[in-house]
Design a protein around this ligand. Structure first.
Ligand code: ADP
Ligand code: MG
Length: 730
């Protein structure tokens, strides 16, 4: 029996070994595996505690000797939980997380065995970094990189089976200080934004000392039975099906959306939620998504640095917990053709240390002017750096999703809703007349009265927008489901920081010339509205008209990753990242190289999988069927039946033979194109060749013929689980 039928049999089996998931009060377990402030208070001396808190709040450096005390406290806590090993936990540019476990156990010079975790081990480690992507920043002979403790994100304990490991969140840098991960730049960008935003806040309120970007992500994913996935080499190896005919029933009834959650998946959700709560991940919502077998979860928003760690951690926890339930989580942006893909909306805002959400309309015209300032600066930032923002979400897997009429287009635009459009138009219409203090335009900023309208505005139309204002935050909706949100958040924070700095300078200049503060602010806001207007779009982002309109407006529509990535290394980008102290030129170029490399490898792997499946699964099944048909036809001929009685079989035989030949021809041709691409040395050219010559030219074509065969060949002979099985059996 083929693996497919084994798997189907397996799914319908009564599972007596399904793990039982306890119902627990969330507050009883929340954060129990995290070395949080409360635990720190309990396990640290006063001196060590104070030093840690100062470092978390003000990013002050921790002295070596105090680090020793902190390390001892952390170990004491971890040992009460049965932890034996520790690791520096970091986020290299591969996209997943990395760990290298060391035990607390050590032998002293006299041979005594003790458990130890000293300050040096907490602060810094030197994993052999040569196998992580560096984009040429480290020659292999100088492969050393080191991880450095990030006190702002608390240590936590990962449980795998009965093993427990203490994980210390760290950044990962090369020996010469260049960042090799997603976190170091994010922290720099967060700091740049803090500085810029505080300066602008102080125009309105001198009490603001710190501004923190906040992030609430929404993670979409598919859940599929493990046995079925194991029978699909493409899902196992690329997380996506490269073949598969559309099932009779897909998502057209939309009966999955907000329907009841299937029981097995429900148990899995509760299980991974419990694990997440222990790790301090504040998950809040769960529901079905539009496509069959697709789901979403979202937490309460947090400071961006923590939120990024929690998302990466969640993806890991989900993947592991799913195994316990004999399920597989697919985080890929487009695991199945013909039904919706998965994204990860990044809800983003700015919070002050005085408790104000800078993107929430305030209660008085004055606070509304502050809101308008941050609102317009964000729009301006997206306008000025749309290409760089687009590049920040470019990946081989997200290419399948962007612009596929279910996800935002690759054109970056901003949706603000009817009400705020009117506010912006009002301010803009005053061009030429100078604002005065009792100005209507300022007084009319009585936005809080209109909050219900504001929120109403943002319910439906914005679903097709890549960057939408949703009442008290912006939602960057083009981020892919597999992405480390640290990268797009680094870019967003940087471009907003840069824009705010320019804004502050322009306002200062006007004030120096004698303008009153509010007037100066209004003048610059007006200027920004005028100059970034073309990025605003309220219509249907999926429509053909928008593509035409966007082209007329001169907005870039970069559909593929190799081209979209160009924006990372333009003079404009180099200047932006250097001036804001995020990436040096060489860091930027290295990152660009890494992204191209990742793209090339991903497409290469998919192309190989296609070839393998075609040769080892599709063609053998189709040939068996072809033989049966041939036998049948020749027997009918022998029996001297008139041909009109087996016209059907003849036509079928012809169709099957045609598609088999097409699969052969196209796979061969694709392999030839791959050889050509592999000989290209320039990585941009190579990525483009993989995109245009290998992927665009052959993937759909091969798939077309394979999917036709799937629909023609005897079901008994077909070895790969079909869409209807993958999506509907559990
Ligand atoms: P929906 O988008 O489904 O209507 P919500 O608007 O309640 O749901 O929130 C979606 C996500 O936005 C949640 O993860 C939530 O935590 C996050 N969010 C809400 N307010 C903020 C904020 N000020 N900053 C960042 N994220 C936020
Ligand atoms: Mg949302």
């Amino acid at each position: 029996m083929s693996l497919r039928f084994e798997a189907i049999k397996h799914v319908s089996h009564d599972r007596t070994n399904e793990p039982e998931v306890k119902s627990q009060k969330i507050t009883a377990i929340f954060g129990e595996s995290v070395f949080n402030i409360k635990t720190a208070r309990e396990f640290l001396s006063d001196e060590a505690y104070k030093s840690l808190i100062n470092s978390i709040k003000g990013s002050k450096k921790i002295e070596r000797n105090v680090a020793g005390q902190i390390a001892t406290g952390i170990r004491a806590w971890a040992e009460t939980k049965g932890v034996t090993h520790f690791t520096h936990w970091f986020q290299p540019l591969t996209g997943s997380t990395a760990e290298k476990h060391d035990s607390f156990f050590t032998l002293k010079s006299d041979g005594t065995a003790i458990e130890e975790f000293d300050g040096a081990a907490l602060i810094q480690q030197e994993p052999d970094a040569s196998s992580f992507p560096s984009g040429g920043l480290r020659a292999t002979f100088e492969a050393r990189g080191y991880t450095a403790w990030d006190p702002s994100s608390p240590p936590f304990i990962i449980e795998i089976g009965n093993g427990k490991t203490l994980c210390v969140p760290t950044i990962f840098v090369s020996y010469t200080g260049e960042s090799l991960d997603y976190k170091a730049p994010l922290m720099k960008a967060t700091e740049a934004l803090n500085k810029a935003a505080v300066t602008v806040c102080n125009l309105f309120d001198k009490n603001v000392n710190k501004v923190t970007p906040t992030l609430g992500w929404e993670q979409e994913y598919f859940v599929i039975d493990e046995a079925l996935v194991n029978a699909r080499p493409d899902l196992v190896q690329c997380g996506r099906t490269v073949f598969g005919a559309a099932p009779a029933k897909g998502q057209q009834l939309e009966d999955h959306y907000f329907g009841s959650i299937p029981e097995r998946v429900y148990a899995f959700m509760r299980d991974y939620e419990n694990e997440s709560y222990k790790l301090g991940i504040p998950l809040r919502t769960r529901h079905n998504e539009v496509a069959p077998a697709q789901f979403e979860c979202a937490p309460i928003f947090e400071e961006v640095n923590i939120a990024v760690d929690h998302n990466i951690l969640l993806m890991d926890v989900m993947t592991r917990v799913a195994k316990r339930h004999h399920l597989v989580v697919l985080l890929h942006e487009k695991p199945f053709a013909g039904i919706n893909g998965s994204g990860k909306h990044n809800n983003w805002s700015l919070a002050t240390d005085t408790g104000v959400n800078l993107l929430a309309p305030g209660k008085t015209p004055k606070t509304n002017l502050m809101f308008l300032t941050f609102f317009v600066n964000t729009i301006k930032a997206v306008h000025d750096y749309a290409d760089i923002l687009r590049a920040s979400i470019a990946s081989a897997s997200n290419d399948f999703r962007l612009g596929a009429n279910e996800a935002p287009p690759a054109i970056i635009s901003v949706f603000v809703g009817e009400y705020l459009t009117k506010v912006l138009n009002d301010v803009e219409s005053r061009v030429g007349t100078k604002f005065d203090e009792q100005d209507e335009a300022i007084l009319k900023l009585d936005l809080h009265r209109s909050i219900p309208e504001l929120l109403m505005d943002n319910t439906d139309r914005n679903r097709t927008s890549p960057f939408a204002f949703t009442g008290n935050k912006f939602e960057f909706r083009a981020v892919g489901s597999t992405a480390n949100c640290g990268h797009p958040m680094t870019i967003l924070n940087t471009i907003v920081a840069d824009t705010l700095n320019k804004f502050a300078a322009e306002v200062e200049a006007l004030i120096e010339k004698g303008d009153k503060k509010e007037i100066a602010i209004m003048q610059v806001i007006q200027k920004y509205i005028v100059s970034s207007k073309k990025i605003l779009f309220e219509g249907d982002g999926y429509s053909e008209e928008w593509h035409k309109e966007a082209e007329k407006r001169g907005l870039p529509n970069l559909k593929t990753t190799p081209i979209a990535l160009d924006a990372m290394i333009t003079e404009k980008a180099k200047k932006l990242f250097k001036e804001n102290n995020i990436y040096s030129h060489s860091e930027l170029e290295a990152r660009y190289e890494i992204e191209l490399e990742k793209y090339i490898k991903k497409v290469q792997i998919e192309a190989r999988i296609m070839g393998d499946l075609a040769t080892n699964h599709i063609i053998p099944s189709a040939l068996k069927y072809q033989n049966e048909l041939l036998k049948n036809v020749s027997l009918l001929r022998e029996a001297a039946l008139p041909e009109k009685l087996y016209k059907g079989q003849l036509a079928l035989l012809k169709d099957v033979s045609t598609h088999i030949q097409q699969v052969y021809d196209n796979v061969d041709a694709m392999v030839e194109e791959r050889k050509v691409a592999n000989n290209i040395t320039n990585s941009r050219d190579k990525a483009i060749a993989y995109e245009a010559k290998v992927k665009a030219q052959y993937f759909d074509k091969i798939r077309y013929h394979v999917d036709k065969l799937e629909q023609l060949v005897d079901d008994e002979l077909w070895t790969l689980p079909k869409y209807r099985e993958l999506l509907f059996l559990r």
